[in-house]
Design a protein around this ligand. Structure first.
Ligand code: UGB
Length: 613
């Protein structure tokens, strides 16, 4: 009350709202007027932000929190009344006729798509200090995740334009495409950041000229944190180091829906004739190998929601796509987080819980949190919900009475929970791909990865990089190249398959059909080899590679690589993750590449070239 005179009418309204919500403790320790007045202003700025960034405002946040905390204290099962079963979806086999047809359908649709990367998380589990999108996806080419994502979107943009305009390359092998496709399509790319990642994401983009994308194509939306809660009455927690601030924590990747909606972008996209919104996470160096075919599934099957999934080992730390049938007849196909799936199965009569079946995998496909939503129905739904996603709370209680918490908690939400509010008429499906093709995230620290049960994926920087080489090797094999078998090696306590280190720019091979076109005759690549293709029109014809081969070429240089390349190549050297003299981004993978000898060619002018070493 003593401070009332300091407040504007807007601030008085906010103060009233807090008092009505039972939050008077927030003002208890306020100094008299004249002391800390700037801090008090800062307090209301923060309350204003917390209020306006949450659908329904702070009052709605506190109301939901009280309900969810009461449910949690009562031990209420969020799946009460639901029985889980294995849903039906599209299961794809890489490289077969269906796959190629879905890829073509997907490429056709790509120019009507917008991409959204959720990159607000810092990745505490990985134990890396930078932003994860700046990490190299693989160290042979040194391409970071953000560059890989942007170049992949640009490759799709071009492939889609060409296909739709009938400018696709001829069917025969080894025919070059040249020139620009001349089309004006610019696929929008949104990055959701947070206070933890925003400045460093902007800096990464600006210092790399947006990795070749037009800056206007990229939009950053920053998510705000939400207020922490001190007790079951949802009393907002005071920041321990500043009594004029409310403590905040991340709300989760589910924020992306409300942010997209409130930004007005969805409407702009819809008016521009776009049809699809594709969501993806910050560190998956394989993802875009799976995008064309899954977008093709979305359009062919007319899915409003399509979740990408991979076969999942029981108890693996990724959610399971599950069909939930309620006693009253309602059904939904939804991700059930890994820590909830096993108890849910046990509680509904499946005594062994989440176990592998005869295939060696759990019958519930693993959610890789890559969602494809059809824009029209998505806008319709968000117009009703404002983008609010079903939340949950996960307090760590001091004891069994569940009356007090070990530390403050907050409400959280996940982007894959979007279908939870959809009507039964919504077409919700999923697409299962081989994990080697579609999913290799970098989430776990070396310490944690080395403790992963044998047979389960490590999801570390080591396995993420090795998965890229394996996928590229397997794809080239399928395209007819004789790629040698891998060897087993141990890095940072993780045993991994080491395939030849093969990488290429996304424009070299946006689809399997395009990759097949680039490979002719009898090509052989030995296990100890490295091949880095940075160019669009590079054709491999009767190439025999045993060593390192690097080609850097401008887009309109057409190069046919023939004959034998043999040299001492690039060698993987072990490094210990505890060795602080080595940069962190290398330490977390447990190896570095010693570039002993290579054959490297640079083409800076357009033209036709034959490379016969
Ligand atoms: N993220 C944000 O942008 N904002 C946030 O507030 C939080 C995260 P994690 P998580 O792929 O294996 C998910 O931490 O949430 C971004 C699925 O829920 O890497 O533990 C963050 O930057 C789970 O079902 O993963 O688990 C990152 O890009 C399973 O699919 C993304 O959100 C699991 O991923 C994911 O954040 C998985």
């Amino acid at each position: 009350h003593k401070n009332l005179q300091l407040l504007s009418s807007g601030q008085i309204e906010l103060a009233k709202m807090l008092l009505e919500m039972g939050q008077s403790h927030l003002f208890e320790h306020w100094a008299d007027p004249g002391v800390d007045d700037e801090e008090k202003k800062g307090f209301f700025d923060q309350v204003d932000r917390l209020n306006s960034s949450y659908p329904g405002g702070l009052a709605s946040y506190v109301k939901s929190a009280r309900q969810l905390l009461a449910d949690s204290q009562a031990g209420k099962n969020p799946f009460d009344g639901f029985t889980p079963s294995v849903p039906k979806g599209e299961v794809l086999t890489f490289g077969d006729e269906d796959f190629i047809n879905f890829e073509e359908a997907g490429i056709r649709e790509a120019q009507k798509a917008a991409f959204v990367l959720v990159a607000g998380g810092l990745g505490e589990r990985l134990g890396y200090n930078g932003i994860k999108v700046a990490l190299p996806a693989e160290t042979a080419s040194g391409t970071c995740f953000l560059q890989y994502y942007i170049e992949s979107i640009l490759a799709l943009q071009e492939a889609s334009c060409r296909l739709v305009q009938g400018l696709s390359p001829p069917n025969g092998n080894c025919d070059a495409i040249s020139g620009e496709c001349g089309c004006q399509t610019r696929i929008p790319f949104v990055i959701m950041t947070s206070d933890d990642t925003h400045a460093r994401t902007v800096e990464l983009l600006e210092s790399n000229s947006y990795f070749g994308m037009e800056p206007a194509q990229v939009k950053l939306l920053k998510q705000e944190k939400v207020a922490c809660l001190d007790d079951n009455d949802a009393r907002l927690a005071v920041e321990p180091r500043n009594k004029y601030r409310i403590q905040t924590k991340p709300h989760g990747h589910g924020d992306v829906h409300a942010l997209l909606f409130s930004s007005g972008l969805l409407k702009i996209w819809h008016d521009a004739g776009l049809r699809w919104v594709l969501f993806f996470q910050d560190t998956n160096g394989l993802l875009f190998k799976a995008i064309p075919a899954s977008l093709g599934v979305s359009s062919t099957r007319q899915y409003h929601v399509n979740s990408l999934a991979v076969p999942r080992r029981a108890k693996e730390a990724i959610g399971g796509i599950t069909k939930l049938t309620h006693a009253d007849g309602r059904t939904m196909v939804i991700n059930v987080e890994y820590n909830q799936l096993d108890p849910l199965l046990r509680a509904t009569g499946q005594v062994d819980g989440d176990v592998n079946d005869e295939t060696g995998f759990s019958p519930f496909p693993g959610n890789i949190n890559q969602l494809i939503l059809e824009l029209g129905p998505y806008i319709e739904e968000l117009t009703k919900t404002g983008g609010a996603i079903k939340e949950f709370v996960n307090p760590k209680y001091k004891d069994a009475s569940k009356t007090s918490f070990k530390s403050s908690t907050r409400l959280e939400c996940m982007m894959q929970d979007y279908p939870k509010t959809l009507p039964p008429s919504a077409r919700v499906g999923f697409t299962v791909m081989d994990a080697w093709l579609a999913y290799a995230p970098v989430k776990n620290s070396p310490e944690d990865a080395s403790k992963v049960p044998k047979g389960n994926p490590y999801h570390s920087a080591t396995s993420g990089e090795m998965a890229i080489y394996r996928a590229n090797s397997l794809i080239l094999r399928k395209a007819g190249v004789q790629v040698a078998n891998p060897v087993q090696q141990v890095f940072n306590g993780q045993e991994v398959e080491v395939w030849p280190r093969i990488t290429w720019k996304p424009k070299w091979g946006p689809t399997f059909a395009e990759i097949k076109r680039k490979v002719c005759g009898n090509c052989i690549i030995s296990q100890s080899s490295t091949m880095v293709i940075k160019g669009r029109n590079v054709f491999l014809e009767d190439l025999s590679l045993d060593g390192a081969l690097l080609i850097n070429a401008v887009e309109d240089a057409e190069i046919k690589v023939r004959g034998s390349v043999q040299n001492k190549g690039w060698i993987l050297e072990n490094i210990d993750y505890k060795d602080a003299s080595v940069p962190e981004q290398l330490r977390i993978r447990g190896f570095r590449i010693n570039k002993v000898e290579q054959f490297e060619k640079n083409y800076s002018e357009p033209g036709k070239f034959s490379l016969e070493p």
